[in-house]
Design a protein around this ligand. Sequence first.
Ligand SMILES: CC(C)(COP(=O)(O)OP(=O)(O)OC[C@H]1O[C@@H](n2cnc3c(N)ncnc32)[C@H](O)[C@@H]1OP(=O)(O)O)[C@@H](O)C(=O)NCCC(=O)NCCS
Length: 114
Amino acid sequence: MKIDIIGFRLPTATPDPTRHPSCGWVAICNDKEIGWCNMTFLPNNVLKLEDAFIHPDYRGKGIYKQLWNKRYDYIQEHFSNYKLIAYCKPTTLEFYKKQGFIVKETITLVEKPA
Ligand SMILES: CC(C)(COP(=O)(O)OP(=O)(O)OC[C@H]1O[C@@H](n2cnc3c(N)ncnc32)[C@H](O)[C@@H]1OP(=O)(O)O)[C@@H](O)C(=O)NCCC(=O)NCCS
């Protein structure tokens, strides 16, 4: 299975990065979008890693890891002085811990039905 990973709105690809505080990477297989991950620039040299998604038919094949590594390599090359944060679901928490992230706080989703 050939997967291409393509960046979009990367600060290094736009003449005015301040207009695009979010950017990301998309995984393409057979001309179809099958997954993505994003990141957002926050104040004080902080980067928020976010919005990981892999189409259910393509899960468990290492595609998220490919996307994650592509993003991480880009950060190391261009923004290695930035602190990285992410709000993790149980699906990604252990993976983040393996990459050296530490748990700072646990957040609870609340809702009020209409
Ligand atoms: C979570 C998700 C992005 C993983 O994508 P994937 O391509 O199947 O993941 P990979 O095959 O690249 O696996 C990467 C790592 O995550 C682990 N992992 C994958 N799915 C997992 C799950 N459901 N629960 C726990 N760990 C999981 C793998 O074991 C692997 O760990 P390893 O490197 O230690 O072996 C995908 O299941 C998804 O889109 N889920 C719904 C949305 C979601 O939960 N997004 C993340 C939070 S915003």
